[in-house]
Design a protein around this ligand. Sequence first.
Ligand code: SF4
Length: 294
Amino acid sequence: MLEGCNLCPRNCNVNRSTGVLGFCNSNDKVKVAKVSLHHWEEPCISGTNGSGTVFFSNCNLKCVFCQNHLISSIGIGKELSVESLSGIFLEQQAKGAHNINLVTPTHYVPQIIEALKLSKSKGLNLPIVYNTNSYENIDTIRSLAGYIDIYLPDLKYFKDKYGIKYSGAPNYFMVASRAIEEMFSQVGHPQFDEKGLMKRGVIVRHLMLPGLLFDSKKIIDYLYSNFGESIFISLMNQYTPSHIVSNYPEINKTLNQKQYEALIHYCLDIGILNAFIQEEGTASESFIPDFNLR
Ligand code: SF4
């Protein structure tokens, strides 16, 4: 798959094993920037012990407001073998992680599948979380069937113009919504254990951007009319302007809390029950992980 890489909708068709790089700047080695027990995911993912996050370097989007641009754009990280990645999964399990959380994994899916096969053969039995920007090819998502228990996809924009302007991603909504439908067809309705930890299911994240309430409502409409209460929605208000968005004055500010509350009320008014919301005070750089290569 990496010798003519079409893993994502960029369809670069480059041979990553020869050092030729596509849009995501990734060669054929897995690159990881941080491994941690993360406590700031949705409560049913983080639980008390934390989610066993593996932050992969590089990305197939170029979001101007990316909080993780050090790893997504600049690509800091360490190259790892499939065996080392498998070892990391097992280490996270030994440390008490509630799950293995693959953050921005799209461009490393073939290596991740090999690492999962290896670690499962050595006793890995945690739920596997696929935490994605949703700019995904359906075939890549299909290749994950049976390996992923929980999908944690973003749904960022409804209107194409925003996907193009802020992420350089044509047809974002069409691509992402089809990918989410495939994810749901694999894992189905949400399932939890007796402690309230998610074991299986889909949580769709939507990070609200300043001034885009109308677009956010269209996303909610789509999710509720297609999935009802069969998925969870996670409405996020933690948008934190980075230095890069100074070129985009309309989003070079934090989110107005009244706009966020308006979106919550919209969800309540149409009858949504399964949703996570965030408290005030989340728009802070202190919530951005320290990518120190540990
Ligand atoms: S994964 Fe990377 S190289 Fe492959 S198609 Fe996507 S952007 Fe291009």
